[in-house]
Design a protein around this ligand. Sequence first.
Ligand SMILES: Cc1ncc(C[n+]2csc(CCOP(=O)(O)OP(=O)(O)O)c2C)c(N)n1
Ligand SMILES: [Mg+2]
Length: 536
Amino acid sequence: MPERRTVRDATLDVFRRRGLTTLFSNPGSTEVPFLVGLPDDIRFVLALHEGSVVGMATGWALGRGEPALVVLHTLAGLGNAVGALATARLNRAPLVVIVGQQDRRHLASEPFTAGRLAGLAGDYPVWVDQPVRPQDVPGAVSRAYHEAETGRGPALVIVPMDDWGAPAADEAEAAPARLLRAAAADPEAVSALAALLAGSAKPALVAGALADEPATWEALVGLAERLGAPVYQESFGARAGFPQDHPLFAGHLPADRTRLRATLEPHDVVLVVGGPAFRQYPYADGPLLPEGVRVAVVTDDPAEAHRSAAELAVLAPPGAVCAELALLLPASAGGGAASLPHPAAPDAPGPEEPLRAAHVLAALAERLPADAIVVEETPSSRPELHARIPARRPLGFVSAAMGGLGFALPAAAGLKMALPERPVVAVVGDGSSLYSIQALWSAVHYRAGVVYVILVNGAYTVMDLLAAQADGGAPWPAFPDVDVAAVAAGLGCPARRLSGHDELLRTFDEVLPRAGERDEPVLLAVAVAPDAVFTP
Ligand SMILES: Cc1ncc(C[n+]2csc(CCOP(=O)(O)OP(=O)(O)O)c2C)c(N)n1
Ligand SMILES: [Mg+2]
């Protein structure tokens, strides 16, 4: 008699049908019944902390533009992953997350490792399900796939460990085999925006993270050229939505109201594409906008539309809307080229002088291949990175959307695994590198040839600068004794310490031109002096 098909068999088939055949995990006892004897067509990817598990899966999902599969251990595993799950949501990375749970048959008595899991990640997951019967697990996973894609974030299915061996149901799953999302631009929405732009003498465009998609880049370039309008990038965004080497690129918007007003002052209409109006960081008094500036937003994220300070928000696919707008609007001479000042390369340091982040970023900018993916997590040097390193291709810039450190190392590994031909360079502060340092082991083991450039200033420099701005002494110490290269080596990752300018240039010349072909990560720990100013 053939063996009865189990919930596990049926769930594995769901994974196969949905292309969820790479599984990012850190295993525990509650996942053993699912994981032992995993079939060969499902690739298991181990990370040594759940923050890295989810960070790698996030990079993988962003790189492929499809949901990634994650299996987390019960309470402690999910708990460790919460920050990374929040980042996945904010970075709009679709994840199907299976969370292990103790055995249903004694859950009521709270056995060792049982957890109150459903609320643990707060409202950051786009969907959380605890199937009422084991037989509902495969359908819940199918639905999680759609929920993750539509909601663009992690969808969690909590599965007690005894469910996997239970007999599967015969009935079909309650989830569509194929789901198509309408992507056309609504003519009414397009004409409302067109009317606003047609009456503008000095329009400006702002690209947000949701514009980071090849067709939207193309459409936004077309619209900007049609209008002759400068294009700004939203401040502190997770992605770039416009080619930053284009003559109409006008730089990143400032992150405080005072300077935002000054920047937008010359314009009468501002159209934000794929972003909110407006993302801010330090609070400043006064109105958000200069008087008389009319703002419209087009985004396909409802929350972003709902919280925007705009006269008109259009909830629609931004690329399709921009393409239609470019057809509808008359060509205009506009303001012509944006006058974006490009910082000159800094003078080489003198023989006794330390390198500064500017030297490293300028040297990178000169050597990065155009299709490089730059993963940024270098808090005090972020403004300088933006000024010096333009994103030139879609996915050319990736950063944690709300600044949660510990994202860059694993996400870069996941991105490189997803897009092995693209050069992936992570520029990371020394403090930031330590939150998910164990991701280096996974990068080595799974042949993710990321170039990790660590800016070693021996401190949480941005925190020190913020403390100084607050006129207070910082109670946290510096950590000049931390040897990131030694930690990397301890995790099996090739690492070099660099401190001289010639040595830096030589190493970059050696490593960067062929960064796309690497299948081994390398960590370059570059000693730099702490920057003295931070004006985001
Ligand atoms: C998970 C997490 N913990 C703490 C912080 C607060 N934080 C923001 S920047 C920073 C220091 C970063 O130091 P480093 O990476 O060395 O960059 P530097 O400021 O030196 O450029 C800290 C602790 C955070 N953003 N995320
Ligand atoms: Mg630092």
